[in-house]
Design a protein around this ligand. Structure first.
Ligand SMILES: [Zn+2]
Ligand SMILES: [Zn+2]
Length: 181
C-alpha cells in the first residue's frame, strides 16, 4: 500500500497543514510564487507575517483553493514523467530512422536527402505556356521551366521544414504560408 498524504502542503509561516480542497493564500508578488520559493499560507495573518521579511513594496494575499488529492497526485505523476524523459538532443533525433513516427507537436529535424533527378521539370509545360499565352499573348521560352522548377524545389524544401517543425509527416498548404500572396 502506498502512503496517502493526509494534507497538501504546510503553511510557509506557521507550518500548519493545508489540506486538500481547502482555502489557502498566496502572495501577489511573483518572487514569492517561483518554483523555488512557492509560498503558501494557511491564513491571511500568516501571509501578513512574511511581509517584513519579503520587503514588498506592494503586495496582497490571493485566496486560492488547494487541489483535490486526485488532482494533486495526477500533477505529481505528470511532473515525474517529464523528469524521466528529458527531451533527446537534436543529434539523437536526426539519427532516428526516417520513418519512425514522432509525437504530434514534437519539433523534429528533417534530413534533406539527395534526389535522383535534381533538375527535373516540375511544371506541366503545356499548361504553363497556355496560361501565359492566354493571359498575355506571349510565348514562353523552354528555359523558363527550369527556373520555375528550381523555384518550386526551394519552396517545397521550406514547406518540408515547416511541416517537420510542426511535427507532421505530411506537408500541408499551411506550410507554404510565407509564400502565399
Ligand atoms: Zn499558517
Ligand atoms: Zn510575498
Amino acid at each position: 500500500m502506498t502512503m496517502t498524504p493526509t494534507y497538501w502542503r504546510l503553511c510557509s509561516t506557521c507550518k500548519a497543514e493545508i489540506g486538500f480542497q481547502k482555502i489557502y493564500f498566496t502572495c501577489s508578488v511573483s518572487t514569492c510564487n517561483q518554483k523555488r520559493t512557492d509560498l503558501a499560507f494557511c491564513s491571511v495573518s500568516c501571509w501578513d507575517a512574511h511581509l517584513p521579511l519579503a520587503k514588498h513594496r506592494e503586495a496582497s494575499a490571493i485566496e486560492k483553493r488547494s487541489p483535490s488529492l486526485a488532482q494533486w497526485q495526477h500533477q505529481k505523476d505528470e511532473e515525474r514523467r517529464v523528469d524521466d524523459q528529458p527531451s533527446p538532443p537534436v543529434q539523437a533525433r536526426q539519427s532516428k530512422t526516417p520513418n519512425s513516427p514522432s509525437a504530434p507537436g514534437m519539433p523534429t529535424v528533417v534530413q534533406m536527402r539527395e534526389v535522383s533527378q535534381p533538375h527535373d521539370i516540375l511544371v506541366v509545360v503545356s499548361k504553363l505556356k497556355k496560361y501565359i499565352y492566354e493571359r498575355s499573348g506571349m510565348n514562353t521560352s523552354d528555359s523558363v521551366m527550369k527556373v520555375l522548377s528550381d523555384h518550386l524545389r526551394t519552396i517545397c524544401d521550406e514547406g518540408v521544414r515547416n511541416a517537420a517543425k510542426a511535427g507532421r509527416k505530411t506537408v500541408m498548404d499551411r506550410d507554404f504560408k510565407s509564400f502565399l500572396i
